[in-house]
Design a protein around this ligand. Structure first.
Ligand code: SAM
Ligand code: SF4
Length: 328
């Protein structure tokens, strides 16, 4: 078991398998895209599997596959199958924009992967287009409908943004009346690839007040250990909703996650600038023992929260990277 210097156990790896994406959600990357990494700079599947196996031996038992859009990585299903077979990995989850998932859903279900977070920031096709810059609402909505009928445990992710999708908050909570879905509203963070963000208006408190004004009968649900969302249910509704204070960063005290970027950089906090390149170490011929020591060393110097991590940036002081290069 990895314990960091603040006594937080780390058992959850967020693994970004690509930085490429077929959407251009403006809060994540500019319309012209970002400088996508050449293939040889990405971790190969062999490298990913070696790292995952090693991390499982160190106590990591949950892996979330993200990106970029993970389904754009060729051969993803083969990778998932191999990760699934690693001793000690109990849970694999995927975060996706749902545009091409339909091609792979059967394989995903056959593999027994049953946790998918589908990002959908608006239930209105026009607003969806304004946010993502791509005319794919129908595909994503149809993916949502298909997932509802599948055995997958489904969460919807929506970033809340003034002037873009405030009208969607109440209709999205309303989806939980009849569907067993968990809708999560995320505070916008500055990882938009351009380094500019207006001051945050819709923090978690404002989102909650807004929801309460329409649905006064809210039940607070227990927040599982390591959960980043504050979870609620509307009385008698089937599903739940949560609010993720991703910018306010009030959940760092129980953070159990470590991140591996598509290029193999280890991040011990979303807000740090990357602690070291596991890929470079691995490609220089390091043994598993040396790799795991490097990970333990990074975890023993972990920032206590996202504010400390942000202020310890040395190279890129200002956050300007795209979430697609980190894995959200
Ligand atoms: N492409 C996939 C998707 O959109 O679900 C996976 C990668 S995406 C980077 C993962 C999550 O990060 C998405 O739910 C997305 O909404 C969220 N995200 C991206 N940029 C963000 C930002 N600047 N602030 C808050 N959340 C962000
Ligand atoms: Fe692509 Fe996901 Fe970023 Fe949107 S949030 S641009 S879908 S990586």
């Amino acid at each position: 078991m990895i314990l960091d210097n603040h006594n937080r156990p780390i058992n959850y790896l967020r693994l970004a398998v690509t930085d490429r994406c077929n959407l251009r959600c403006f809060y994540c990357m500019p319309e012209e895209g970002i400088q996508f990494s050449p293939k040889q700079e990405l971790l190969s599947f062999e490298e990913i599997l070696r790292i995952c196996t090693m991390m499982a031996q160190m106590g990591v038992n949950k892996i979330r596959i993200t990106g970029g859009e993970p389904f754009l990585r060729k051969g993803l299903i083969d990778l998932l199958r191999d990760i699934k077979a690693i001793d000690g990995i109990d849970s694999i989850a995927i975060t996706t924009n749902g545009t091409i998932l339909h091609k792979y859903l059967e394989d995903i279900i056959d593999l027994g992967i049953n946790q998918i977070n589908l990002s959908i920031d608006s239930v209105d096709p026009q607003r969806f287009f304004q946010i993502t810059k791509r005319d794919v609402f129908d595909q994503v909505w149809s993916c949502y409908q298909t997932l509802l009928e599948s055995p997958v445990h489904l969460k919807l992710n929506a970033v809340v943004m003034q002037g873009h999708n405030i009208e969607d908050i109440i209709p999205m909570v309303a989806l939980t009346e009849t569907e067993d879905v968990s809708v999560r509203f995320i505070e916008e963070m500055p990882f938009n690839g351009v380094g500019k963000q207006a001051p945050l208006i819709w923090d978690y408190k404002k989102i909650l007040v807004h929801i309460k004004s329409e649905f006064p009968k809210l039940e607070k649900r227990a927040d599982p250990p390591g959960s980043t969302s504050l979870n609620y249910r509307i009385e008698a509704y089937k599903g739940t909703f949560g609010i993720i204070p991703a910018y306010t960063r009030s959940f760092c005290g129980s953070c159990n996650r470590i991140r591996l970027t598509p290029k193999g950089i280890i991040k011990t906090c979303l807000y740090d600038e990357g602690v070291f390149s596991l890929r470079d170490l691995l490609r220089a011929g390091a043994s598993n023992d040396e790799l795991s020591q490097a990970i333990l060393q990074a975890c023993s110097h972990r920032a206590k929260d996202g504010f400390e991590a942000e202020s310890s940036r040395k190279g890129k002081l200002k956050i300007a990277e795209s979430m697609a290069t980190i894995g959200g």
